[in-house]
Design a protein around this ligand. Structure first.
Ligand SMILES: CC(=O)SCCNC(=O)CCNC(=O)[C@H](O)C(C)(C)COP(=O)(O)OP(=O)(O)OC[C@H]1O[C@@H](n2cnc3c(N)ncnc32)[C@H](O)[C@@H]1OP(=O)(O)O
Ligand SMILES: O=C(O)CCC(=O)C(=O)O
Length: 404
């Protein structure tokens, strides 16, 4: 076993790659940071912020940008229009309610496609669609989708709360779409983040068998920390489009994070996404800055600690071969590896850091320096900066010089 392209995942993954890794399988990122990301309570993206994020998403190479909710506000519509006028490579879509007025507004803004959000589970239908019957639901869904189609829009139908829908009705709906040919893609939506990966897999396969020609997208929330796993389950079961957000921003606990799904596809499934991976960390920082939502230091892929090592036994391995503690090289995602000195350090780290900082200290002083590093880290309740470590080493060196 050895690394390939700077990556070294579990060899057992090979057994589960199935068709996800096939070179001719199309798996595209339809990022919704500008729509669901902004639904994170407290987040406001103004037009400049939306334009910056849209440009950055386009630069990494996402297939589609869900740029906002058309009914939300005039500011949003202005921003969506401005994004359309940037003529990015990425397709621009917007969320519409099940109303022709929303579709009209979307068409006038110049978007490529609409996402028709139409609640499907019994609880949503009862409270949001006046307990609409199955027959009326289907006829409205067909009317709305053909209306959007006739306005020249790509049509992505979003049965809101798909994971709590009744399966016979869901099967009937997608069968109708397949017959009518009014829908380009169906988004499977885990609105409350309540599904297991196995359930997502089941739902995706059921829809595929009821409507084999319908393209599928998967959109998962993170209420149980399963959004990325559920998204991958959807992809493995046949969804070719991923609806996710940078930093996992989004309603409540957020969505599957775009960068996590991309790296899982690339590293764990061995499936190239065509995304410029080196720009992921910078994009995460931009979204964090513009949303005002900090990225947790231990966030997968883009967190500051994702490639930092402090524990002595870990560092001893990393310095011989980083793959003892990492599944892929940090530079792939625009990060760097760092060795920190602190309470959990060992002598190997002391020697490494002295050398890295160009500091001279007799080897017999290393254990004393390590003791002082640990004491200082306990006192400060954190790892030490390079300057603090250098101060400790310099002080110890001068004490040793005086006592000789
Ligand atoms: C969870 C999701 O991701 S879905 C997307 C959610 N996104 C947003 O809500 C975006 C921001 N929203 C807004 O700015 C506002 O809610 C607006 C402008 C869209 C609508 O505002 P208002 O007209 O004042 O309606 P309000 O938001 O108070 O209520 C929504 C109404 O739409 C109905 N509704 C909800 N979903 C849908 C739908 N997909 N299609 C049609 N009607 C719907 C609700 O039942 C409710 O109707 P009611 O007043 O008869 O109870
Ligand atoms: O497409 C929709 O219906 C909205 C999707 C959504 O963000 C959700 O329900 O989680």
């Amino acid at each position: 076993m050895s690394p390939k392209n700077g990556m070294w995942p579990s060899p057992f993954n090979e057994m589960f790659r199935d068709d996800v890794a096939l070179p001719d399988r199309r798996i595209e990122i339809a990022d919704c940071t500008l729509r669901d990301g902004e639904q994170q309570a407290g987040v406001v993206f103004d037009q400049d912020a939306k334009i910056r994020i849209a440009r950055a998403l386009d630069e990494i190479g996402v297939y589609e940008i869900e740029a906002g909710t058309v009914a939300s506000s005039q500011e949003d519509r202005d921003a969506i229009k401005a994004i359309c006028e940037m003529h990015l490579r990425a397709k621009i879509s917007v969320l519409c309610r099940g109303l022709t007025a929303d579709i009209d507004q979307a068409a006038e803004l110049g978007v490529w496609g609409v996402r028709l959000s139409f609640p499907i589970s019994p609880i949503e239908r009862k409270h949001k669609l006046k307990d609409i019957s199955d027959d009326v639901y289907i006829s409205r869904a067909l009317e709305l989708t053909s209306y959007a189609r006739n306005r020249g829009l790509q049509v992505i139908f979003s049965p809101y709360d798909t994971t709590r829908a009744e399966m016979p009705f869901l099967r009937r709906l997608v069968g109708e779409f397949e017959r009518a040919g009014t829908v380009d893609r169906l988004r499977i939506v885990d609105t409350t983040g309540c599904a297991l990966p196995e359930s997502i897999s089941f739902i995706t396969k059921e829809i595929r068998s009821s409507a084999p020609s319908l393209a599928l997208e998967i959109h998962c929330h993170n209420d149980f920390g399963l959004a990325c796993a559920n998204t991958l389950a959807g992809v493995a079961a046949g969804a070719n489009f991923v609806s996710s957000t940078i930093n996992g921003l989004g309603e409540r606990c957020g969505n599957a994070s775009t960068e996590e799904v991309i790296m899982a596809l690339e590293v764990l499934y061995g499936r190239p996404t065509g995304i410029d991976l080196k720009k992921l960390t910078a994009l995460s920082k931009t979204v964090s800055e513009l949303s005002g939502i900090p990225v947790p230091v231990n966030k997968a892929v883009v967190g500051e600690n994702a490639f930092r090592h402090e524990a002595g036994m870990v560092v001893a391995g990393v310095l011989k071969d980083p793959f003892t503690a990492e599944a892929y090289e940090p530079e792939i995602v625009g990060q760097t590896r760092q060795i920190l000195l602190g309470k959990k350090s060992g002598l190997v780290s002391v020697a490494y850091k002295l050398n890295e900082l160009g500091l001279d200290l007799p080897e017999e002083q290393f254990p004393e320096l390590l003791t002082r590093v640990k004491q200082e880290a306990v006192k400060r309740r954190r790892s030490l900066t390079d300057a603090e470590f250098a101060d400790l080493a310099t002080l110890l060196a001068s004490e040793a010089a005086v006592s000789h």
